[in-house]
Design a protein around this ligand. Sequence first.
Ligand SMILES: Nc1ncnc2c1ncn2[C@@H]1O[C@H](COP(=O)(O)OP(=O)(O)OP(=O)(O)O)[C@@H](O)[C@H]1O
Length: 262
Amino acid sequence: MSAPDRSAGGLPGEPVVRVEGVTVSYGDVLALDRADLVLAAGVVCGLVGMNGSGKSTLLKTIVGTIRPDSGTVRIGDEDPARARRSGRVAYVPQSEAVDWAFPLSVRDVVMTGRYGRLGPTRRPRAADRAVVEAALDRVGLRELADRQIGRLSGGQRKRTFVARGIAQEASVMLLDEPFAGVDKVSEATITGLLRELAGDGRTILVATHDLHALPDLADEAVLLMRRVLAHGRPADVLTPERLAEAFGLDPMARREGAGEAR
Ligand SMILES: Nc1ncnc2c1ncn2[C@@H]1O[C@H](COP(=O)(O)OP(=O)(O)OP(=O)(O)O)[C@@H](O)[C@H]1O
């Protein structure tokens, strides 16, 4: 395991992501309704909520690809679009959002993490190539670096985008369903990797349906239903009553499942 690299993120506990009163709608659909969230440096936070609760919308708002109708988002002292351009915030999309047939190798995708730093010629320097190779090593994909991205397993695809975030030297990483379509071994690998990245001082926010993954993965959990219903330690947030509120289930029927979730 590599030594903590504090240059990647902030000091432990320092607020890095601030979402205040954020409302987002798509036409008549209210996706986020005055959502508030503060995330500190060095934390892995699981973002949980039923389908359509606004998880992807919240991630896209933090990475600055969606502008809120009202409210504010700050990444450190920057607005999200600027933080994205400067490489401070990285986004690992849902697999469905990626064109896997595109003729790019794993190394090409990881190199896109350097684009914000390459200048107008977009020509990588030796230092950029070294950062990309180190990122490939860190996620264990060096040997597959020349492979076209469509010829990867689900877990390898996710690790490719995590490597892009590492190459970007992002201090905030947002991941949308990183465990969907991923086997248990890859899930454990990705979980270990995210914990290491948080150990470097990065802030990691993971939208997931997989409540069972949270105890190993996350220091904190956020329960979302258009707004943040609860945020804290997973054991405190994922209670039967709160899960019933967020998922619309009978708390008595949930008791067993909720116990597993913690
Ligand atoms: N581009 C869009 N146009 C219109 N409505 C949208 C769009 N994107 C999302 N929505 C709606 O906004 C709401 C929140 O969607 P979002 O994708 O953020 O939820 P989610 O929690 O990520 O869902 P899932 O778990 O299914 O991925 C949903 O009602 C969804 O149908």
